[in-house]
Design a protein around this ligand. Structure first.
Ligand SMILES: Cc1cc2nc3c(=O)[nH]c(=O)nc-3n(C[C@H](O)[C@H](O)[C@H](O)COP(=O)(O)OP(=O)(O)OC[C@H]3O[C@@H](n4cnc5c(N)ncnc54)[C@H](O)[C@@H]3O)c2cc1C
Length: 285
């Protein structure tokens, strides 16, 4: 069945921050063929392409995206072979953590509270509790701008702290991970510990995009923002969380409010401590 490409589709509902305007074109990809078709559609028209997973680490501008958004959250499925697991791009990380725990495979439990997908997790080298995607990734299957599927080994993906060479190198459609065998009950206990840690320290039932800034070397962005007296500070309808100062909460604001708050917080932290905070989320232009 040919892929359905819609026009003028609001993007806010496809992000956890619930912010941003419409995509000029939007494709909800369910298969690798859909992704290839989308890439060819964009190439024929000279359009930019934005891959979107669960939208938990992006800030879409109020003007939207003047190109083709290819959403991958519906590209689902996985298969295991011993301690190797092939995961499609749209598999949700919390679900993967639980499924692997059931199978007695350890390595994904630290992302149980990260509300992204496998594709977004690799693109951002997602991590928590001392682990990151880089530790378990073997290779990724990526569609390039010509519509070809390439295999990229872990060391070809430029994985560093919350960053990689994706999506510049293409759209990840599947990835292979190597896990470690462990007692399912032990893995599940770790999952419970990680979740209760999050529940007490992060505003994770609110509309946020996770941590706004990367932690500077040897410190925590949230600690610096808190010490600058900015907990609860608001611009328009976006507020710095009282629970965790590195989270911004959308209480009916705009993307523009969020950008102004990011700049304001960065300026105050620079003035107070001489530290230049680097934005962690992807600000779409
Ligand atoms: C409450 C909350 C808690 C969070 N906690 C953490 C945490 O502890 N640790 C952490 O690392 N992150 C955390 N995050 C951030 C976020 O969940 C992760 O970065 C996650 O990996 C992003 O996945 P996603 O599918 O939502 O990506 P998106 O937000 O959809 O996209 C992020 C980037 O990846 C690109 N991308 C997405 N899919 C693909 C693909 N298939 N191929 C190529 N590029 C792609 C996008 O173009 C974009 O540049 C948190 C977010 C929230 C809202």
């Amino acid at each position: 069945m040919p892929a359905v490409i819609r026009e003028n589709v609001p993007l806010a509902p496809y992000t956890t921050f619930r912010l941003g305007g419409p995509a000029r074109y939007f494709l909800n990809a369910r298969t690798v063929e859909d992704v290839i078709e989308g890439i060819r559609f964009a190439a024929d028209r000279g359009l930019r392409v934005l891959p979107l997973g669960a939208g938990s680490d992006v800030l879409i501008p109020d003007s939207g995206f003047d190109g083709l958004v290819i959403r991958l959250a519906s590209l689902r499925g996985f298969r295991t072979n011993g301690n190797l697991v092939y995961l499609k791009a749209g598999e949700p990380l919390p679900r993967v953590a639980r499924e692997m725990a059931e199978k007695g495979l350890s390595g994904f439990e630290y992302v149980v509270g990260v509300p992204g997908t496998v594709g977004g997790g690799v693109a951002k080298n997602a991590g928590a509790h001392g682990g990151e995607i880089k530790d378990i990734l073997v290779e990724a299957y990526v569609v390039d701008t010509g519509g070809n599927v390439n295999t990229l080994r872990r060391d070809e993906l430029g994985l560093t702290y919350r960053s990689s060479s994706l999506p510049s190198r293409g759209i990840l459609v599947e990835a292979l991970f190597k896990l470690r065998e462990d007692d399912p009950e032990v893995i599940k206990r770790r999952i419970d510990e990680f979740l209760s840690y999050r529940e007490t320290r992060q505003p994770w039932t609110e509309r946020t995009a996770g941590c706004m800034f990367k932690n500077p070397p040897g410190d925590y962005a949230g600690r610096l923002i808190d010490l600058a007296g900015l907990k609860g500070f608001r611009i328009g309808g976006i507020r710095v969380s009282e629970k965790h100062a590195n989270f911004f909460i959308n209480e009916g604001g705009t993307a523009d409010d969020a950008i102004r708050l990011i700049e304001y917080v960065r300026d105050r932290v620079r003035e107070a401590f001489g530290v230049e905070l680097e934005v962690e989320i992807e600000i779409v232009r």
